[in-house]
Design a protein around this ligand. Structure first.
Ligand SMILES: [Zn+2]
Ligand SMILES: [Zn+2]
Length: 160
């Protein structure tokens, strides 16, 4: 038995994908399945995306031909619905159109939609203000207490 025969017999996995080796070259199963089904080569620069996210599920209906940018987007939580890209917002758990997001300087949308950013910054502000008030109250209380007991120091640790 030659070396190659053994490895060829059972499916192998490379980088999470099923692979086969033909004459020492790695062939990705999902690419092979797509090309065989559609009867043509995958155009250069295009990728095959596993729709259900399972890279081992190489059934034809699970394989989608996408360009590089679309592929990046899909893996970054975007979804193409009726030719419009929607993006997942972790804040509200919704897929929203891009005009619902502020863009970064590099042209990519922010993690959270505009509404969530507003809400979260408001919540931050409110909890910050609440903490600040609490600190003021404690400070006032301490000053007040020390003034009160300045002349007549009270035992400090005997209950409240
Ligand atoms: Zn993919
Ligand atoms: Zn949101």
């Amino acid at each position: 038995m030659r070396k190659g025969d053994h490895t060829k017999a059972k499916p192998r996995i490379c980088g999470g994908y099923l692979i086969d080796t033909v004459e020492g070259k790695i062939i990705y199963e999902h690419r092979k399945v797509w090309e065989q089904y559609h009867g043509r080569k995958i155009p250069t620069g295009l990728r095959i995306h596993h729709i259900d996210g399972n890279r081992l599920n190489n059934s034809v209906e699970n394989l989608q031909l996408v360009n590089w940018q679309s592929h990046q987007r899909i893996h970054n939580g975007w979804k193409l619905v009726h030719n419009q890209w929607l993006r997942y917002c972790r804040g509200c758990g919704q897929y929203l159109a891009l005009n619902k997001y502020h863009m970064r300087q590099n042209g990519t949308p922010r993690e959270l939609c505009i509404e969530c950013r507003k809400r979260i910054s408001r919540e931050h502000y409110e909890s910050y203000r609440e903490e600040k008030l609490q600190r003021e109250r404690e400070k006032y209380h301490r000053i007040h207490q020390s003034e009160k007991y300045n002349k007549r120091p009270a035992p400090r640790f005997l209950g409240r």
